[in-house]
Design a protein around this ligand. Structure first.
Ligand SMILES: [Zn+2]
Length: 292
């Protein structure tokens, strides 16, 4: 009622005619404004960019002068390499996968930054597994990059306005912005202040990068690998998702080499979580059983 105008002067308090609906709308509006102020306080990126974004301007650049801009480590924006675009898109799809789509590029957040990152890293932490998040197609896809890199990647996203922290009640959630969504789709390719990938991550990723139909090195039973790869293609086609979301190559290599005969044996393979154990693994165990 604070800030409400009294329309009929000369009446005592308890007989004032109050419009309950109007008051409810006003309360809602006040709450939305307060939420915006809290979001602003939590925002890690450029203040000016945040304000412009709030008023509907989606393509602004960081101002370079505010506390958000000056406080961060100065990493210059640079052209993003092809392998890095792949990582950027994977990470942003990780955010999208844990959000609800409202329209083409409008996403409602459902999780906080920590959970999204843990999920991309394939964390076995109880809150992740209990919520069944290991069943997501984006679970573990950035595992080989390491947590320091993925943390830095998300900091870069936040600074560039690809994601932003918004408050849902008392919980800070990570929202994929319209700009972030367009970058994820490849509709926009801004320069970014990306962290450098570690040499180890690049090496381990490229050693796993196998051209379609080729068999990676280090497999004794090539024929079994081919059968497992064929099963993966079949499952991927059926679900309409990319092959790596069924199992990445390194899991197929492990399956071909270790030839597990049961779920119990398979669970020790890195990259096979409790969810995959129940969804896709049985098909692969069948292939292995038939092969031997
Ligand atoms: Zn700024």
């Amino acid at each position: 009622m604070r800030g409400s105008r009294i329309l009929q002067l000369g009446k005592v308090g308890h007989v004032l005619p109050l419009d309950a609906l109007a008051l409810a709308i006003k309360a809602q509006r006040d709450e939305a404004r307060l939420k915006a102020v809290i979001d602003f306080a939590y925002a890690a990126g450029c203040r000016q960019q945040w304000i412009l974004n709030y008023f509907g301007e989606r393509n602004s650049q960081p101002c370079g002068r505010c506390d958000g801009c000056r406080g961060r480590k100065q990493v210059a924006n640079r052209t993003v390499k092809a392998d890095e675009w792949t990582l950027v898109k994977m990470a942003l799809s990780g955010v999208a996968r844990m959000s609800t789509r409202r329209s083409t590029d409008v996403w409602t957040p459902r999780f906080g930054k920590r959970k999204i990152i843990q999920c991309l890293l394939g964390s076995q932490a109880a809150p992740i597994l209990d919520a069944g998040l290991d069943a997501l197609s984006t679970y573990g896809i950035l595992k080989s990059e390491g947590s320091a890199y993925v943390d830095a990647l998300f900091e870069c996203f936040e600074q560039a306005g690809l994601v932003q922290v918004v408050m849902e009640g008392e919980y800070p959630l990570l929202e994929l912005t319209e700009l972030g969504s367009r970058v994820m789709r490849g509709a926009e390719k801004p320069t970014l202040a990306l962290p450098e990938r570690t040499a180890g991550a690049i090496a381990s990723a490229s050693s796993r990068q196998v051209k379609k139909g080729e068999v990676p090195a280090g497999i004794a039973d090539q024929a079994l690998y081919q059968k497992l790869a064929a099963k993966r293609s079949e499952l991927a086609a059926a679900s309409g998702k990319p092959a790596y979301t069924v199992f990445p190559n390194f899991v197929l290599v492990e399956l071909a080499n270790r030839k597990p005969t049961s779920e119990r044996e398979a669970i020790s393979i890195r990259g096979i979580g409790p969810a995959k154990l129940k969804t896709v693994l049985p098909d692969f165990l069948e292939v292995i059983a038939e092969h031997s």
